[in-house]
Design a binder for this molecule. Structure first.
Ligand code: CA
Length: 224
């Protein structure tokens, strides 16, 4: 999952980025409103954490522009004010949730996961595909009741495939959603990661879940 954090307090922004990366997210940071708006409009993020008080363009204006331009990326607003009016107007112009500063990282993380889950229409934190089970909150993976250890990248890829189950994802879809801006898009790292993932979740099982669509990309599904 790829997230954008728009926050001008550098220490806080970098702390959020670091924490989210430890949780397996790919994170880009914009330190002012102009850069934030540009990135939100031009890169396919899965969620934007958006501060309201920003230099150049404030968070409310960014959110308004995004929604006016039909950009439906979920937005979680950060506000320094406990002002009810601010929260109400953020929700009215299309924010998916908000958090008042100061907040704990645990609460930010829980809210981000809840917004993402709603956006992918998942009712719970558990995704099942045949006998494969993913727990989105603990990032634990099991197949046929046996725990499978995955690297952060392998998990990120599996989670993205699982949230989009039965949908064909191109290599571009995958790279854009599981790597951040600094990633080298020319490499064949997606194929390499898929190969490693297959060894862990498909190799020892009769029913294969990860399917290749030659020349296009990958899909996870139950049926052959
Ligand atoms: Ca700020």
């Amino acid at each position: 999952m790829r997230l954008l954090v728009v926050e001008d307090e550098k220490t806080l922004a970098d702390l959020i980025k670091e924490g989210l990366e430890e949780e397996g997210f790919s994170v880009d940071v914009a330190y002012d409103g102009q850069e934030g708006l540009f990135m939100a409009q031009n890169e396919p993020f899965d969620l934007v954490v958006l501060d309201i008080m920003l230099p150049e363009i404030d968070g409310m204006e960014i959110l308004k522009s995004m929604r006016n331009n039909k950009i439906t990326t979920p937005v979680l607003m950060l506000t320094a004010k406990s002002d009810v009016e601010d929260k109400v107007s953020a929700l009215n112009i299309g924010a998916d949730d908000y958090l008042t500063k100061p907040f704990s990282f645990e609460e930010l993380l829980a809210r981000i996961k809840a917004v993402l889950r709603r956006n992918f229409k998942e009712a719970s934190n558990i995704i099942r595909i045949a006998d494969l089970k993913l727990d989105l909150s603990t990032r634990e993976v099991e197949r046929a009741g046996k725990k499978i250890d995955l690297t952060a990248r392998e998990y990120a890829l599996l989670e993205y495939l699982a949230l989009n189950k039965n949908r064909l994802l191109t290599r571009t879809d995958i790279t854009e959603h599981i790597y951040n801006y600094e990633f080298d898009f020319d490499s064949n790292v997606v194929d390499v990661t898929v190969t490693r993932l297959r060894k862990k979740i498909d190799k020892d099982f009769k029913k294969k879940l990860i399917h290749t669509v030659r020349g296009v990309g990958y899909m996870i599904k139950e049926e052959e």
